[in-house]
Design a protein. Structure first.
Length: 560
């Protein structure tokens, strides 16, 4: 058998490594330490967001567990961008870009320092998939721990989340809420550290990665400030040593079947449309063949059981109390929609993890198979002459199956938001926001500011929206994002004009504009690509190399 420190010994062992040991000793490592497995602890702690603000506390517990189990933890940090804080500004364009930076930076440190194992500690939306992308690339025994959800706030005798604040902006602008009420809600919505509380992107991806098996089942569910979070982080530090002894790597865990388990968990819980981008990116990193069509195939057969915000009533802490992600896995197992033999980082199969679920008596968060919220899942993939490569729609909480209306065309999120704010949008309209895709943005901004304003003004049930950008996990309504090809690449969305009729047909999975193929081609022959918004730096590099949203918006894309 190889020694447990076989990889790190390249750095730490032998006479020629004396200079390296001298430098490591200067920061506190001993000769005894340098003979043990070196475990990289990739922390995404940062003071820019409540989602990651508490992760220093958790990383300390992880390191304690590593030491007790016979390893040596080496903590390092990477970045995070707060989607919620940057929402509606130019800064929001950096969010999806940050996923690639997180993945690249964790990969570089892990490769450069020859860690024997890796534990990633994530919080905000893009740090969760970004760290797992890196774990896939490095492929040493690894796991990911999610920092946990924020507790709900209390406002006027009911639970609230950040979603309520965004929608309150729209309510306040039309006189449905006073500025004083808005300020009080602002003060109460986010009571402490932790990621946004609904089944928005962070909790969606935490659910998906537990279902996939790269996070220990039951660990991600625990709320951010719950003392039990410290306990499971300590256990995670111990667990990584078991993975090294068994030589279980991400490539053993992340397979086509385990990715399908993750997709099914998103569909069953009404999760974020961003899961499509991130799971496509994970498949790309592992070489698994996954298509955007797979999401629709799996969602069609998976009932929607999670009554979770934004489309439902409950938040992530309620799901934890009800039985957690393990309960969702049990429902998938009961429905024969789970690939039960897939191995997880605990050493157990996902089927055995699901079988150990404990359901709180009388809980209403996860429905039974006999009483689904909907017979099919929360995600729908639309195609048509407006989105030949696909568009993503979340139908959890949405009653409309069709919509037909005139296009209201805007070449940026800001212009659309101004139109909504000035009450220029009418019931029946289809808002078209373009040049916000991966390349055109660049960075594919989320549109929660616009979508929340639409809902807040009372137009959520009568207006639809189409964009080559993306949506926050907190978005709900008839909103189709990720339209591909995007406008900046000459996709059909670039040909749409004010007043053109756009049709949503969910049963037929269609998104069309009432134009002939000849007319679309004629308009596009007169179209010229816009000048790149960034000429230098990371944003310019990203725009130059990023793939289509239908391929996961990855930056090392190869047309295989």
């Amino acid at each position: 058998m190889k020694p447990l420190n076989a990889k790190s010994s390249v750095i730490t062992q032998g006479m020629s490594r004396s200079p390296a040991r001298a430098m490591l000793k200067s920061i506190g490592f001993t000769d005894e330490d340098l003979k043990k497995p070196m475990i990289g602890v990739a922390n995404t702690w940062i003071e820019t967001t409540p989602c990651n603000f508490h992760l220093r506390r958790l990383s300390e517990k992880i390191k304690e567990g590593v030491r007790q189990a016979g390893g040596v933890p080496v903590e390092f940090n990477t970045i995070a961008i707060s989607d919620g804080i940057t929402m509606g500004t130019e800064g929001m364009k950096t969010s999806l870009v940050s996923r690639e930076v997180v993945a690249d930076s964790v990969e570089l440190v892990a490769r450069g320092h020859y860690f024997d194992g890796l534990i990633a500690v994530s919080g905000c939306d893009k740090t969760i998939p970004g760290t797992v992308m890196a774990l896939c690339r490095v492929n040493v025994p690894s796991l990911m721990i999610y920092g946990g959800s924020i507790a709900p706030g209390r406002f006027e005798n009911h639970d609230v989340t950040i979603q309520d604040v965004f929608e309150a902006v729209g309510k306040c602008s039309v006189g449905k809420m006073t500025p004083r009420q808005l300020h009080e809600l602002e003060d109460r919505a986010c009571p402490a550290a932790g990621a946004c509380g609904g089944q928005f992107t962070a909790n969606t991806m935490a659910t998906a990665f537990a279902a996939m098996g790269i996070s220990p089942m039951g660990y991600n569910d625990i709320p951010a400030m719950d003392p039990k979070k410290d306990e499971v982080c300590f256990n995670a530090g111990r667990l990584i040593m078991n993975l090294i002894r068994a030589n279980i790597r991400p490539s053993d865990i992340i397979t086509k079947n385990s990715i399908e388990n993750a997709i099914a968990s998103v569909a069953m819980t009404g999760g974020s449309t961003n899961a499509v981008l991130h799971l496509l990116a994970i498949a790309h990193e592992t070489g698994v063949k996954l298509s955007i069509n797979d999401f629709d195939r799996i969602s069609r057969r998976t009932p929607l059981l999670g009554d979770l915000k934004p489309g439902g009533r409950f938040v992530a802490t309620d799901l934890y109390e009800a039985g957690g992600v393990r309960l969702v896995m049990k429902r998938l197992l009961e429905a024969r929609l789970l690939h039960p033999e897939e191995i997880t980082v605990t050493g157990k199969t996902i089927g055995k993890e699901a079988a150990q679920a404990h359901e709180k008596e009388g809980q209403k968060v996860v429905r039974s198979l006999r009483q689904p919220l909907k017979p099919t899942g929360g995600l729908v993939i639309l195609k048509g002459n407006l989105a030949p490569e696909g568009a993503v729609l979340k139908v959890a909480g949405e009653k409309r199956l069709t919509h037909r209306g005139p296009a209201r065309v805007f070449d940026s999120e800001e212009r659309a938001f101004e139109a909504v704010k000035k009450k220029k949008i009418q019931p029946g309209d289809v808002i078209v926001i373009r040049y916000e895709g991966p390349q055109g943005g660049p960075g594919m901004r989320e549109m929660l500011g616009v979508t929340a304003a639409i809902v807040g003004e009372g137009l959520g049930e009568s207006v639809a929206l189409v964009t080559d950008g993306r949506f926050s996990g907190a978005t709900h309504g008839l909103m189709a994002g990720h339209v591909a090809p995007e406008a900046a690449k000459g996709g059909p969305i670039a040909a749409v004009k004010e007043g053109d009729t756009v049709t949503f047909d969910i049963p037929r999975r269609r998104l069309d504009v009432a134009l002939t193929e000849h007319e679309i081609k004629k308009r596009l022959t007169q179209w010229r690509p816009p000048k790149p918004r960034y000429q230098r730096g990371v944003m310019a590099k990203y725009a130059r190399w990023v793939s289509s949203a239908a391929k996961g918006a990855v930056t090392d894309f190869r047309d295989e």
